[in-house]
Design a protein. Sequence first.
Length: 182
Amino acid sequence: MAKRIASPPEFLKAVHLDDICSVSRCISHDFCDWVKLWKHNGHWLFDSPEIILDIANSQQLCLSGLTLFYYETFEKEYDAVSRQWRDFAAEPSFPTHITPPLHPPRYGFDIVSYSMGNSAECSPLSCNHLANEIPVNNHCLLETLAGARQLLEAGAFDNSEPGPYRILAVHSLGKMDRLCPG
């Protein structure tokens, strides 16, 4: 995903935050309203940076200054109502052929709500101000997968967004520079 990374909003009091690199598009916005173009995969993301570039070219979008991210999803989602981890799968009606990058730098882990079961919705750490109560890194993300799992199981996200919740590793592939049409 290509995103316009935002500075921390005033409601997030964590003084060490440099930016918001959450998966959700609530604060750090996606590069465009891409859902209506139907080029996403079964995880409601993109298989490769080339697909994002093709969309940008076809829509006459400038990607300069945006950051390209690669997300890895933990294989289970957490149902806060039943307090259980359960399996989930990519939406089978969309082809999914992800091209993973080699050794991308990891920024941290985000916990994201998926109440509709398909696309990422809110990241409660930023969207619901939970970063004011839960230790996060300078990107408003959690440091470890084990820590993310423990927070969910302890009920730290119970009064935020409706779940289920998925944990995604957030990797930065860097800034997208000089990628403007014509």
